[in-house]
Each structure stands twice: as C-alpha cells, then as structure tokens.
Ligand binder design. Structure first.
Ligand code: HEC
Ligand code: HEC
Length: 411
C-alpha cells in the first residue's frame, strides 16, 4: 500500500515520549496504517473507483459550453461598468473572473480540498481551516496547522475567490495556483513538501485514475501543476452572489426591510465611506488600505503589505477584504482581533489612527477619518452586513475521499 510520510526518524521517536500532540497523532496514524495494511484495506488499493466518478455537470450558476467547460453566469453580467453608476452603486459590474475549467477538474479539486492526505501527517485538509460549516473559514482568531501552533493570521473565507486579483491579507499571492503552495508547504499549516505530495498522490490508484479522467490523458504521472490547477478550479466554483442584498440590488425592493435599507444607506454614505473600499458587488475594491487595526494583546505589529511591496507607505496595509458572508466568519480583521461585527464596525468611529501603536509611522488611508457614527447607526450597519449571507452553493462535502481518511478531519 502507498505509505504516507510521517518523518519517523529516531529523533522524533524520542519526542513521542513527551506527549506532544503532533507526535501522538503521528503514532496513531502509523498504527492505523499498519492495521489497514494488515486487513488489506489500503489507501486506494481496494477503494472501488466507481465510488469516485467525477461529475460531468458544471456547478450551479455555471453553464457547460460546447467544448465542455464551465462558464459562470450571474445577474451582474447585465451591468456594464463600475464607473457609470457611481462607486457603491447597486448596479456596479463585477471585475474579471476566472472560469473555463471542466466539471471533472472542479470535482477532482473538491476531493483534494477535503482530503487530509494533502497534509504531511494526514491530520488536516484545506477544509479544516476553510470549513463549510464555518463560512469556509475556521472561526478562530488565528488558524492552527499540523504543528499545533497558531499561524500568523486569520483564515479568510474562500467565497468568490474567482474574482480576486490578489490573495492573502498582505496581497502577496498573484494567483490561486501560487497561493495554494503556501498552506501545502508551510511547516505551520499542512507541512508537506512537493516531492512527498507527488509521491503520495501518485501511489494512490484512485487519484491516478481521477487525474487521468480530468486531464484526458492515459497513464501519465500526476504533476504539481495539475494539482494546483484542479484546486484552483474548485475554488473558482465557490460563488455567493444571491444574498438578500443582491435580490434588492436587482430590483426586488421587498428583499430588504426598512432597517436593512437604512443600514445600506449608511454603508454607502460619504459620512461612513464603507463602500469606497468595500465596493459592491464584491464589497471590496481589491486595493491595499492602511487602516490601523489593533493587534491582539501581546502580538507584535503586523506590517502587512509593506513587506509584499517593499514600501514603507504600506506599513500595516492589508487587502480590503470582501464582506460577503461576513456574518458567518467571526472573529474579524487579519489578526481576528474583534470577536463580533459590532466591535468591528465600531473600530471605524473610534478616531482615525486610535489603535496605531505610539511611535509607529502609519500612513492611514484618507477614507479613514472621524465619521462620528451614533450607536444606533453602528447597529444598523451590522443589520445591513447580515444581509450579505448566501451559502446556497456551498459545495457538498464528499462522504469519502480517495485516501480513505476522514474527509475534512480535525486537530
Ligand atoms: C492551518 C489552516 C489552513 C489550512 C490547512 C489551509 N489554509 Fe488557506 N488560509 C489560512 C490562513 C490563516 C490564510 C490567511 C493567511 C495570510 O493571509 O497570511 C489562508 C488564506 C487562503 C486563501 C486566500 C484567500 C484570500 O481571499 O486572500 C486561499 C485561496 C486559501 N487559503 C486556500 C487554501 C487551500 C486551497 C488550502 C488547502 C491546500 C488551504 N487554504 C489550507 C489557513 C489555512
Ligand atoms: C480605507 C478603506 C476602508 C474603509 C473606508 C472601510 N474599510 Fe473595512 N476594512 C478595510 C481593510 C483594509 C480591512 C482589513 C484590515 C485588517 O485586517 O487589519 C477591513 C476590514 C473590515 C471588516 C472585517 C473583515 C474580515 O473579514 O475580518 C469589516 C466587517 C469591515 N471592514 C467593515 C467596514 C465598515 C462597516 C466600514 C464603514 C464604517 C468600513 N469597513 C470602511 C478597509 C476599509
């Protein structure tokens, strides 16, 4: 049977004695692999392939073209520009999107996304930190990976990834294919390495055949580019553009109640200025903005995009996050510093730069100022943000994944 590498060298064997959770988990994995091989219940060897037939249908809201590719359709396609309707206008169009993958590639990406086989010790999948029941995030201030310690930042949702021009809080990844190598190989996240990932997938008979189906080739070995591509394909299928807000924007005025409409109007007002950065319909203009949010107590200042672009003017700058499904992904901001939406929106009215540490030179964005919103107006903003929830196209968690491991899997 294919074996999963768990780096059981002598040194780490000794560490088992210290009851470090990661080594206990590796011990448990080793044991269960042994049991599998004894019972002949190997990873891939005896999993019947019929259980893993790739879907030939495009996900909802995608149409299959003559050449068998999935093309997205949304009601926003009827609006032609961002500029002609005013920033923050209901009829703003969407930015360019990534689509054109085949249904098979999207579905294979789904299996990989939910398969803990991608992590070095089989303990967690992408979905552990981008969980379907937690808004495709993990409801933690900072995520925890294979090493059992917190990573530097909070996990963002993956909804509408198809429209983003850059990824990560500090905008350091230019494509989904580039981004995915971060979690896969970061020792604090999934802890894998390219050689081991290729070896594990290539020694799994089911994955070999599924990749052959998805790329229409016989007998070739799985490549890294194919792995990155199918995961990207799956991510671009995560579309959320049919919230109550959207129905309102497309002309169904009853979709929002009076309070929600008041909240929307505050959001779009030149007093609050939220829509200048969180521009509809994605609720982000995809730019970097320095707004000066506080770090959690005891955490050093995160310089954010200063590092990415080697520019002191961007110290403390982060990519403006989309606010789609925002009610489902507490806590908030890059560091998960705010527990709920009320605290988060209140940040904007507590005074320009109030949370910037003394002596730090931060060049705050000009739309960050002193809107002096009342407590009632803050409540209405929260009420409005809750109308941006739409999880109707949440992908199905596979009942089983080709590795035989438990889909998603937790620490
Ligand atoms: C240990 C938890 C963890 C795992 C596992 C994980 N992620 Fe993430 N993910 C994060 C965190 C934290 C961030 C934000 C990191 C940052 O910006 O510095 C992130 C960011 C992202 C982003 C950027 C989103 C955006 O809009 O900027 C994408 C896309 C993503 N992850 C996809 C994946 C995929 C695909 C996998 C599996 C191969 C994966 N993640 C596995 C925690 C995780
Ligand atoms: C100058 C641009 C700008 C303006 C104006 C702005 N924001 Fe933000 N917003 C950001 C940035 C950048 C972040 C991420 C900051 C961080 O993580 O430190 C953010 C984060 C958020 C978050 C948390 C998102 C998450 O996924 O954790 C919410 C909610 C939010 N903003 C709501 C608002 C509201 C409501 C307003 C108006 C009162 C507003 N924003 C005005 C740029 C802006």
């Amino acid at each position: 049977m294919p074996e999963r590498k768990t780096s059981h060298d002598d040194d780490s064997m000794n560490k088992w004695l210290q009851w470090d959770p990661i080594y206990c988990r590796q011990a448990a994995m080793l044991l269960s692999s042994l049991l599998w091989s004894i019972s002949g219940f190997g990873l891939g060897e005896t999993e019947p392939l019929e259980d893993f037939r790739l879907s030939a249908n495009c996900p909802p809201s995608f149409e299959k073209t003559q050449s068998g590719r999935c093309k997205l359709h949304t009601l926003y396609d009827q609006y032609d520009s961002i500029q002609n309707h005013g920033v923050g206008g209901l009829h703003s169009s969407l930015p360019p999107r990534r689509d054109g993958f085949t249904p098979q590639q999207i579905d294979l990406g789904r299996y990989l996304f939910f398969d803990p086989l991608l992590s070095v010790d089989g303990s967690l999948s992408c979905a552990s930190c981008h969980h379907p029941e937690k808004g495709l995030s993990d409801n933690r201030a900072r995520s925890i990976g294979v090493a059992g310690v917190e990573v530097a930042r909070s996990a963002p949702t993956l909804w509408n990834s198809a429209f983003m021009s850059r990824y990560l809080w500090d905008a350091s990844a230019a494509s989904l294919e580039e981004q995915v190598q971060g979690p896969l190989y970061d020792p604090l996240e999934m802890g894998n390495n390219p050689a081991n990932l290729l070896a594990t997938l290539n020694s799994n008979t089911v994955y070999r055949q599924l990749f052959q189906q998805a790329f229409d080739r016989q007998a070739d070995a799985i490549t890294l580019d194919q792995i990155y591509l199918v995961i990207a394909a799956f991510e671009t299928s995560l579309i959320s553009l049919n919230s109550r807000y959207d129905r309102y924007a497309h002309g169904h005025h009853q979709a929002l109640n009076q309070q929600e409409i008041e909240g929307l109007n505050i959001f779009r007002s030149f007093v609050a200025r939220c829509a200048e950065c969180h521009q509809p319909p994605l609720f982000t203009n995809q730019q970097i903005a320095v707004i000066g949010t506080p770090e959690p107590e005891g955490m050093p200042l995160d310089i954010g995009a200063e590092k990415t672009f080697n520019s002191a003017a961007l110290k403390g700058g982060f990519k403006v996050p989309s606010l789609r499904n925002i009610a489902t992904t507490p806590p908030y901001m890059h560091s998960g510093r705010f527990d709920n939406l009320r605290e988060t929106v209140e940040f904007y009215t507590n005074g320009r730069g109030h949370a910037v540490p003394k002596g730090v030179d931060m060049q705050l964005h000009w739309h960050i100022w002193e809107p002096e919103l009342t407590s009632h107006e803050l409540d209405l903003l929260v009420v409005f943000l809750q109308t941006l929830t739409d999880e109707a196209f949440m992908p199905k968690t596979p009942e089983r994944v080709p590795s035989g491991l438990t889909p998603i899997s937790h620490q």
